[in-house]
Design a protein around this ligand. Structure first.
Ligand SMILES: [Zn+2]
Ligand SMILES: [Zn+2]
Length: 280
């Protein structure tokens, strides 16, 4: 298994950072978690075309995590030689979002069906809504979901991807909670969205200060990783984002290291974390 951070950004447009999206490469294929701004550009840079995705798993329906759902649906459909629906999994509300996105795309779907003689089917991506438990089990790869806490945004879920005795956790946006702890137990890699209260309070804009109450601080993410015996903590969805330089990233590492003994990675777009072969 290995993990590629496709987008390390947040809702705030950033020339260096695409929106939240993470690829987990497994024996069951390339698994995509969230589909923020620029996801297919970054997937292309990682060598993964839209047709190669085994499925999409959404942590929640905040705009920054689903911005490019329309692009995924359109490209998956319009570039396929035969019908190749993209299985989409997410919290309750996902089916509605997919249906409404398809409705939004109706004009374009009509244009393409009329123009391409060999395109005779419509986008029809199957959706599974999940709350917790095993949500995928194929080719020795298992995905377990659990509820997270991003209140008042509800419902939200995190995912644990397991293969060969190794585990990667995609936390999404959440404060520390029991569901996330359960996913993180003895995981190899935890990909966690984080904010910096010290910097946000310094900036002081009310709209920005609001985000503090439903995101984990770097310290809280580090404590979650420490409490659950995680090996590598990947900080992503960084608010306010550092420049992608070691000097700017070091304070983020230091804050995490104050509460966590393992390896800390400050995500940049297309950063890859490789897991050793497990012992099953
Ligand atoms: Zn969110
Ligand atoms: Zn977010």
């Amino acid at each position: 298994m290995h993990v590629t951070i496709l987008g390390s950004g947040s809702p705030l447009p950033d020339p260096n950072r695409a929106g939240p999206a993470t690829l987990v490469h497994t024996s069951a294929g390339a698994l995509l978690f969230d589909c923020g701004r620029g996801v297919l550009m970054r997937a292309g840079a990682a060598g993964i075309g839209v047709g190669a995705l085994r499925g999409l798993w959404l942590t929640h329906l905040h705009s920054d995590h689903v911005t490019d759902l329309n692009d995924l649906i359109t490209m998956r459909w319009a570039m396929a030689m035969v019908p190749q629906p993209l299985p989409i999994t997410g919290p309750v509300g996902t089916a509605d979002l997919v249906r409404r996105t398809e409705a939004m795309l109706e004009t374009d779907i009509g244009y393409r069906l009329a123009h391409h003689e060999d395109l005779t089917w419509r986008p029809d991506d199957p959706v599974t809504e999940v709350t917790d438990g095993v949500v995928f089990d194929e080719a020795g790869v298992r995905i377990v979901a659990a509820p997270t806490d991003h209140a008042p945004v509800h419902p939200t879920v995190g995912y644990r991807i397991e293969e060969g005795g190794r585990a990667v956790v995609i936390a999404g946006d959440t404060v520390p909670c029991a569901g996330l702890d359960a996913l993180c137990r003895d995981a190899d890699v935890l990909v966690h969205t984080v904010v910096r209260p010290d910097l946000i309070e310094l900036i002081g804009l009310p709209r920005l200060v609001d985000v503090l109450d439903y995101h984990s601080s770097v310290r809280q993410a580090a404590e979650t990783a420490q409490r659950n015996g995680v090996n590598t903590l990947v900080l992503t969805h960084l608010v306010p984002a550092p420049a992608p330089t070691e000097a700017d990233e070091q304070p983020w590492v230091d804050q995490a290291a104050a509460a966590f003994d393992g390896t800390v990675v400050v995500a940049r777009d297309l950063a890859t974390v490789t897991l050793d072969e497990g012992d099953g």
